[in-house]
Design a protein around this ligand. Structure first.
Ligand SMILES: [Fe+2]
Length: 294
């Protein structure tokens, strides 16, 4: 598959790392204007205390405001299972449209059942301003952006290409990190391999930005690489590893992984586009813990 990308457009990419969840959020600025997008923001949570706060989001907001930028898009690469999105909070301060992959509806259907949400929980993606299909384009200022459907980790995963920069979500990790798990409901290792090939079909010089890094083997946290580097060195798919080899490895590895620490609060918030569950008659909000439900 060949995607039409323009490597001559080189957006400024400002990364903010969240050490609590090893997530990297990005402010991506159109080189030709003051327009920007935010990719994968984080809301802070102390789950043991049931306390949420917005230090990480405020850092992103400060960056946008102090640089005189205009936020046009809030992009979620997927429904994250390891951190909570701060998109609605940021949107309330800075505006912009919130977008995610069309298959959010599948994720909402699955986890609407897991959390026994009532009929008031819409499973049609209407919590978002835009549901992206494979190959959809949109603009940030004058910069044309492209959404590529890259399922496998989850059914709704998208990779967003903005100029020469691609935001891969959890489709890939840094070359020495490999790839994300594919065993969540709706995930599939073979599908993930096929999606990774889509990303690796982008031009070799395309800059790739990760959603997570865990600093394997004690190295410092990193989040930026290239298609060429991933093709040559990715420990799970690089050097021409076959689909069959990948599926075998990924399936065996995933069977040994524990649930992410924040999966229960993350899914309940992120499937609502980052909104908290609705308040009860006293105005209080609660998260549920389904027992033996995941
Ligand atoms: Fe994820």
């Amino acid at each position: 598959m060949t995607y039409n990308v323009n490597l001559d457009i080189k957006p400024d990419v400002h990364a903010v790392f969240d050490p609590a969840t090893n997530t990297i959020s990005y402010v991506v600025k159109d080189p030709g204007s003051n327009a920007c997008a935010i990719v994968d923001s984080v809301m802070d949570i102390d789950y043991a205390a049931g306390r949420i706060s917005y230090e990480h989001a405020d850092e992103l907001i400060d960056y946008v405001q102090s640089n005189g930028l205009k936020l046009e898009w809030l992009i979620e690469t997927h429904v994250h299972a390891d951190h909570l999105s701060a998109a609605p909070y940021i949107q309330s301060k800075l505006g912009g449209k919130l977008g995610i992959g069309r298959n959010i509806t599948m994720v909402q259907d699955t986890f609407g059942k897991v959390f026994n949400e009532g009929t008031e929980f819409q499973r049609d993606g209407s919590q978002f301003d835009k549901l992206f299909d494979d190959g959809d384009t949109y603009t940030v200022g004058g910069m044309e952006c492209l959404a590529i459907h890259t399922p496998g980790h989850t059914p709704a995963c998208m990779t967003h290409v903005m100029g020469d920069a691609a935001f891969v979500g959890d489709t890939l990790f840094m070359p020495d990190g490999g790839s994300a798990r594919a065993d969540f409901p709706g995930g599939d290792a073979g599908t993930l391999y096929d999606s990774i090939q889509k990303v690796l079909s982008l031009p070799d010089e395309t800059r790739l930005f990760m959603c997570h890094d865990y600093g394997p083997n004690g190295r410092d946290i990193q989040w930026e690489t290239t298609v060429a580097e991933e093709k040559a060195h990715n420990i799970h798919v690089g050097g021409g590893k076959t689909r069959e080899e990948f599926v075998k490895f990924r399936t065996e590895r995933d069977a040994q992984l524990a649930m992410p620490k924040l999966i229960i609060p993350s899914l309940q918030v992120n499937m609502r586009g980052g909104d908290l569950p609705p308040a009860d008659e006293d105005g209080k909000r609660f998260l549920k813990v389904p027992l033996n439900g995941l």
